[in-house]
Ligand binder design. Structure first.
Ligand SMILES: [Zn+2]
Ligand SMILES: [Zn+2]
Length: 176
């Protein structure tokens, strides 16, 4: 894809994972090994994905760089606002006081979620990771969370992943 050509301009550490939105406006790279994969069945993830759940791959937030079609640099995800506040390309979505999500301002692909109380970790939407990245090679610990809000119509797969009624550490993440 044309949009993937911009990945050639990457700084320093080779990317472990690359990805982007459907229209190609948003591209990101991560230079760390992902730490976990989570399938979240919560009500918010269902609404924002329009599906049964949202899948996230966690990375240390400092390892993620992000860019757009209209810019030639790759700021850290955490520096994005300061550098590109004027660009509507990466939209911030805050539907609760507990987490900040982003999506592409053009095509609407959900891109990320960061808990306010755990700003060192970013969940990147697994569906936006480039196919060539072969996520299976990381052998990630995977889990289903927020089973208490799972949709009635969705039949869980027999994937052997542990399930959680809510999520581990939810008290810490949801306290203010
Ligand atoms: Zn897009
Ligand atoms: Zn969720």
């Amino acid at each position: 894809m044309e949009s993937e050509k911009r990945d050639d301009k990457l700084p320093s550490n080779p990317p472990t994972v690359t990805g982007g939105c459907r229209c190609g406006l948003i591209r990101y790279i991560a230079s760390a090994i992902p730490t976990k994969q989570t399938y979240c069945h919560c009500h918010t993830c269902r609404k924002l994905s329009g599906s049964a759940f949202m899948a996230f791959v966690d990375f240390p937030v400092d390892s993620v760089l992000i860019t757009t079609e209209t810019s030639s640099d790759w700021p850290r995800f955490t520096d994005w606002k300061a550098k590109h506040a004027e660009l509507p390309s990466l939209r911030t979505i805050k539907v609760s006081p507990y987490a900040t999500r982003t999506c592409c301002g053009a095509c609407g692909s959900p891109i990320s979620m960061v808990y306010v109380n755990a700003p060192e970790v970013i969940g990147i939407t697994a569906g936006t990771v480039d196919d060539k990245c072969d996520m299976a090679k990381f052998g990630l610990e995977s889990q289903h969370i927020f089973m208490k809000e799972k949709s009635e119509w969705y039949q869980m797969p027999e994937d052997g992943f542990p399930t959680q009624w809510e999520m581990e550490g939810v008290d810490k993440l949801l306290s203010k």
